[in-house]
Structures are given as structure tokens and as C-alpha cells.
Design a protein around this ligand. Sequence first.
Ligand SMILES: Cc1cc2nc3c(=O)[nH]c(=O)nc-3n(C[C@H](O)[C@H](O)[C@H](O)COP(=O)(O)O)c2cc1C
Length: 351
Amino acid sequence: MANKEFGVFLPIAKGGWIISKNTPPLDASYQQNREAAILADQIGLDFIMSMSKWRGFGGETEHWGCSLESVTMMAGIAEVTHHARLIATMHAGLHNPAVTAKMIATLDQISHGRAGLNIVSGSFKDEFEQMGEWDSNLDHDQRYAMTEEWTQLIKRLWCEKQVDHQGDYFNLKNCVSEPKPISVPRPYLVCAGQSERGLRFSVRHTDVCFIGGKDEEETRQISLMAKRIAAEYGTTTKTFCMSTIICAETDEEAETLAQFYRDGLDIEAVKSMMHSFGVDVGEKSNAMVERSQNAFMTHTAIGNPATCRKQLSDLLRECELDGVMLIFPDYIKGLTTFGEKILPQLRAEFA
Ligand SMILES: Cc1cc2nc3c(=O)[nH]c(=O)nc-3n(C[C@H](O)[C@H](O)[C@H](O)COP(=O)(O)O)c2cc1C
């Protein structure tokens, strides 16, 4: 059984990844993210990732209403961690490719070659319209075409002396980008597009497809689709998904805690989130929205440490995943237990 990768999704935005009034406060502060990142690095997680958000979802909890900027925050985290890969997020439509290339090369130098980039094509209109950066002439798939051109330019800027390019979306004139990244062959790239167009982009241009799915069966289908698309292109890809870990001493205690979080569901925030997702997906449902109607936005592992380990192991096997990114209601407690009682067993199982 091939090695699996384990990472953490930092609580960079207020409320983290459970839309509930009953969870321990996650305030989107650097202090909380820094502490979680240091611990994640110490317990030996493979990667630490932060998302990029420009607008929250309202409701009583003001979910994601406050968030730090991803690359700046990861630069701070690079100074206090030593081993884990650091994946920051940038939106293709918001940052010129030359700016992005240099920001990630800088993060790569600060982190001694641990930089990664989560590429977002951007589909949440409200986030971009507020800053005059929503191009309504581009539909979903055209935004991926723009993202493709953007990504190719960044890769060229990372290895070529000068880049000349007249394209559909970007023009570069003898554009230079120094220093080059120190990562070989280049900084790690990931994308979390869930549509077929998004998956095709991820497979061709990045190292990992982050996938969702409203249940395990859908996650498995998306994972297999990504691998099928990769085979079609004569290549391979990795698929990672997210899991929220609610761990306690006993299964009963963990289930009671999970129910307490579900009972605190902030329905107004969920409705607002649906609105923001709905703009682009039309009548189509979105896995994260469907999941979050019970407060959790992702797959969950709920139980004592052995139960959580078994659920994660089943998830990895059944959905043919290569890795999982962890979310906790309380990152310090959660990461501590995960590092002591779950990770060593999972490493042994998948060694
Ligand atoms: C693990 C994960 C991380 C994501 N990170 C971000 C992010 O930081 N910012 C953002 O605007 N969207 C983020 N997204 C949304 C995706 O980039 C993508 O737009 C969404 O899954 C819809 O897929 P599609 O673009 O193929 O339609 C994330 C999604 C997932 C599952």
C-alpha cells in the first residue's frame, strides 16, 4: 500500500470549517494559525495549507467574515516551521502571473524550498464583484482557460530568463522574474476544482487534485474520474480530500460533541453560502453546501482515536485517495491527539 499524505487545513478564516454557534472560537488570528502550524509541523504532518477568502457568509456567527491573507500568513509560518510543505492559495483572476510567480518564489526562499500554491480559478462572484474584479464576460470554463494561461506563464517565469507572451488573457513583454524558486523542479501546485473542467485543469497543470463529494460514494467517483482523466492524458495524478476529526475518549462522547456542533448550525450563514455558490452552479448542488447543512462542510471522522483512525483508513482506501487534509474544531487539542494516537498507526498501516 503506497504511502499516504496527511496535512492540516489551517483556520485562516473565522469559524474554520464547521458552521456552528457551538464550536470553540476560531478567530482567524495569526496567533491561532501559528500555534496550529507549529504543532502540525512537530507531529510530522506532510503539509500545511491555508485558503484565500475575501468575503464571509454573514449569519449569527459571521462565518469566514474575517480572514488573513494566505501568502503573507504562510511567510510567517515558514519562519516557525521546519519540515511540512506550506501550501498558500492565490486566485488566478486577482493576481498578475508575474506578481504570483515572485510571491511564491519568495515564500520558497523563506521556507527553504517548502512552498506550494493552491490555484483557485474563482467562482464566488460576491467576493470579486466587491473589488471590481469580476469579469461577467467569462463563464466558468473560460475562467479555467484564463487560469490555464496564468499557470503556464507562472511556470515559465519560474524557469525562463525572460518571458514574452501575447495571449487571450495576459500580455507579458520581456518579463523577468528573479529570484527563481529553489524547489526542484518547481514549487508544488494543487487545485481543488470539482467540475470536470476543473479536474482536467488540475490533472494537466498541478500535482494534486483536492476533491470533495457530498458523500463517500461521490468522493470515490470524483477521485476515479481524476485518475481516469490523468490516464487519458498519459499521466498520473494524486487525489486528496478533507476530513473533519471529532475525537474524544469514547465513541459516545465524540458523537455527543458532534451532535452539539450540529445543533448549533448557523442556518443564515449556510443560506448565504448557498447564494454565493449558487451564482455559478445554478441549480446544480455543491458538495460543500450539501455537507454544511449539517454544520460539517466535509467528510467526518467521529469517535475515539481508534474509531477515527479506522474511518480515515476506510476513506483513503475506499475512495482511492492519496492523502487527506484534516480539520478540527479545536486545532491544539485535535492535532495533539492526532499526533499521539492516530497518525503513528496510520503511518504504519500505509507504510
Ligand atoms: C480543499 C479545497 C480548498 C479550496 N480553497 C479555496 C480557496 O482558498 N479559495 C476559494 O475561493 N475557493 C477555494 N476552493 C474552491 C475551489 O477552488 C473550486 O472553485 C470549487 O471547488 C468549485 O470547483 P470548480 O471550480 O471546478 O467549479 C477550495 C475547494 C476545496 C475543496
